[in-house]
Each structure stands twice: as C-alpha cells, then as structure tokens.
Design a protein around this ligand. Structure first.
Ligand code: PEP
Ligand code: MN
Length: 444
C-alpha cells in the first residue's frame, strides 16, 4: 500500500462537503495545532475493535452504535454524556440478555461534530444564510456572523472530544458500567412506560443471576466493566488528516480521533478524496450505502477500501428507508457475498426515513425505523447472511423528536421538546423499546 496522501493531495481531489474558510492562514494554524495534539484513542484499541467487528461479521456478536446526529459543544456536560451512556448501556444489556448475544458497544460520540448538508444554504422567513454544518464548522444561531466557518472550531472539536472520551472512560471503568448497576441505570425513568417496567423485570432476573454467580464463586471482570468505543463520520479533511498518526508499533497510519470512522452517503465517490483518505488508515471503517448504491458500487468500494479482505476492517451501513430495504438490499448483499468479500452489515434505520411535518419539524416515525430493521433482518435471514448491528440516532433525554413509540408522540407533540440541531433522535423510552424489539428479531 502506498503512503498516506498529504493534506494538499487530498484537497487537490476536491473533497465534497468542506467549508470555505475566509482565512486560510487560520486553517493552517488550527491544523498545525492538531498535528501536535496527543491521540484521543490508541491504535491498539482500534485493532481490538476491528477484532470485535470481525466477530460481528461472523454472527458471533451484535453491534450497537448510537448517539446524537450531531454533538454540540454546549452538550459536553456530565449529565448529557452520562444520560447517553446510560441508555446505551441499558440497550446493550437488553440485547445481550433478551437477544442472547454479545454486544459490541460503539458510541456515536466524542467526535461527531461535522455534518454533511443536502443544501449549502438555509432560508428562514425570506432570509438566506449558509447552512449550519455542525459545531465543527459554524454556529447554529441563524445570523450571518454565526454561520461564517471558523477553523478554530476544529481545535474545539478536539477539546470537546477529549473531555467526552475522558468522562466515558471514567464511567465505563470506574463502576458505573458494573452490571450490578443494572437497576440504577433505570432510575428516574418514566415509570408508566411499559418498556421501563419490562426493563425492571429483566434487571431483577439479571440481578438474581449475578447473585447466584457470586455465591458459587464466579465474579469475572466482565461483570464490572464494559468495552466502549467511539465513532464519528470523518467528514472534514483538515481535522481528520491532522488527527492521523503513524503507529509506532507497525509504522501504519491510524486516525486517532476515534476508534471507528465512517464515510457518509454523500462522500462515498469511488475516486473521491474521502475514499482515498480512508483506504490508507488502518482503523475499522464504515461506509454508508443508500438506495442509489448499486451492487457494483458496493463491490468496488469493498475492493478499494479493504483490498486484503481483512475481517472487521469494513462495515457497510445500509440506510435505504423502510419502503426500499426489502427490494434494494438483496442485490448488494448477494453480489458482495458471492465475491467472497468480508464485510459487517449494519442497519441505519434512521436516514432513509426522515421527512418534514406540516408544522415544520424534521422527524421520523418510530414504526418506520422498526420496519427498516425488520426488513434488514428478513433480507439477511433469507440470504443466509448476517444482520450484524444497528446504528441509531438517540439521546438519553426525554426529547420529542421522533413520532410514535410507546408514548405515542404525534406531530403536535414534537413541539414539546425538540432539541436536535440536525436530525431527530429517539428519546430514552423509544431507544429502550427499539432494543427490546431488536432483541426479539435476534432471538428467532
Ligand atoms: C448521518 O449519519 O447523520 C448522515 C448524515 O447519514 P448519511 O450519510 O447516511 O446521510
Ligand atoms: Mn443524521
């Protein structure tokens, strides 16, 4: 494999979805600062995750990837991070216990600050401004000043990611993720929710099992801590390239800003800058595939991104939409499988199911989300391939951004607590319900 391209070489390929900065000297300064910053993750941790994803691709584990569509700098608070982690831990324990399968836990966090946009501009009440591209690029506030891209924000992404990851690492190794906390994670939940009650009952069973294990003298380390990894869409070339380091053990490049990084649906062109960058880094990587992806696209991407066909290296994250998955997915899976390509298949049941309500909210129906995951499972089961996991946009708070689910949020209910700056997230109850529903799919 030839050497990692320089940032200049990648820029010459015309990467899509990049901000146009007013001051290139300020970009150079931010990149230079990031190049000397300590790594946020270690290459060895990325390799461990790759091994776990290889198990996912063999059907020996299930991947749960979740977090905000877009993290914000203001969201870097202990409560916010803990609430998200808490729901992810609850979802993972539901999938592990009710679905009887080991769960690989991957946060869509500590780096998810940049957003690709369908339109470069946004118009409100007759005023048109540049689109918000995530806190990594510009401000959400709808003013001309706030929407100017500021490269200093790239350094802020690093600091916010470091703070988030530090907190997560402390939580998962410092007792919060101990299985004996299985009840505590459910505290201050809406008690009326049938899924919170179902969770309580399951937690009782787990607790009894743990007490039994302890009584017979078995109390392994796995009961007291979990493995948790970080992931984000590696969109901004300046940031991702500046956060790439040569691993001292192997001499190979790794993106050290997150364990797992993925290529979005809008930047997966075979000859594009993103694919060129991704094919050189050694992290486990993902690539989104939407309804316009052909079987040949998938195959060419696999050959380019994983030429050695290394298990765990490449994950295809499919996001067709509930109405397209059953027809759209089979040709891709069939071709990739027939060619002997090693890949983990993960369902993103969110991005093919977004629409705008008449009262102006970007939302998704919980039923469509479930229907896409069901379609994903059915397609893989019919083909004898492995439905490896789900990627969901969710939060630990009781927001009202997606329609339906146990609390039956309707279009008008969205206004109650809609906080997402980009895409609508499942709230805590909806996330837990999804976990129970997916566990049922896993069990059959
Ligand atoms: C996302 O994951 O937030 C996203 C933009 O997805 P996609 O690239 O699949 O549209
Ligand atoms: Mn999104």
């Amino acid at each position: 494999m030839n050497a990692l391209p320089t940032l200049e070489q990648l820029r010459a390929l015309g990467p899509l979805q990049q901000p146009t900065y007013p001051d290139s000297a300020a970009v150079d300064a931010a990149v230079a600062r990031l190049r000397t910053a300590p790594p946020l993750v270690f290459a060895g941790e990325c390799d461990d995750l790759k091994d776990k994803i290889a198990a996912v691709s063999r059907g020996e584990a299930f991947l749960l990837q979740g977090g905000d569509c877009a993290e914000t700098f203001a969201g870097v608070t202990a409560d916010n991070v803990r609430n998200k982690l808490r729901v992810l831990l609850q979802m993972a324990v539901v999938l592990t216990y009710a679905g009887s399968v080991p769960v690989v836990k991957l946060g869509r966090l500590a780096g998810q600050y940049a957003k690709p946009r369908s339109s470069d501009t946004e118009t409100r009440e007759g005023v048109t401004l540049p689109a918000y591209r995530g806190d990594a690029v510009n401000g959400f506030e709808f003013t001309p000043e706030s929407r100017i891209p500021d490269p200093q924000r790239l350094v802020e992404v690093y600091n916010a990611s470091a703070a988030t990851l530090n907190l997560i690492r402390a939580f998962v190794s410092g007792g919060y993720a101990d299985l004996r906390q299985v009840h505590t994670w459910n505290n201050d939940f809406v008690r009326e929710s049938p899924f919170a009650q179902r969770y309580e009952a399951m937690a009782d069973e787990i607790e009894r099992a743990l007490t039994f294990m302890k009584a017979i003298g078995a109390d392994p380390d796995e009961f007291h801590r979990v493995d948790f990894h970080s992931s984000h869409e590696a969109l901004l070339m300046d940031y991702e390239h500046a956060m790439t380091r040569i691993d001292s053990r192997t001499g190979l490049p790794y993106n050290v800003s997150g364990h797992f990084v993925w290529i979005g649906e809008r930047t997966r062109q075979l000859d594009g800058a993103h694919v060129e960058y991704f094919r050189h880094i050694r992290n486990p990587i993902g690539c989104k595939l939407g309804p316009t992806a052909t079987a040949d696209d998938a195959l060419s991407l696999a050959h380019k991104l994983n030429p050695e066909n290394e298990p765990g290296r490449l994950t295809f994250i499919t996001r067709f939409g509930a109405d397209k998955i059953r027809d759209g997915l089979p040709p891709l899976v069939e071709k990739v499988t027939a060619e002997g390509v090693s890949v983990a298949w993960v369902s993103d049941p969110m991005h093919g199911n977004t629409f705008e309500t008449s009262n102006g909210y970007k939302t998704r129906r919980f039923d469509d989300v479930i229907e896409e995951v069901q379609g994903f499972f059915d397609v893989h089961r019919a083909l004898g391939t492995v439905p490896g996991g789900v990627l969901v946009e969710m939060t630990g708070d009781d927001v009202t951004e997606c329609i339906g689910g146990g609390e039956e949020i309707d279009e008008h209910g969205l206004a109650h607590r809609y906080e997402s700056v980009v895409d609508p997230r499942l709230n805590r109850v909806q996330s837990l319900e999804l976990a129970f529903r997916v566990a049922e799919m896993l069990r059959r």
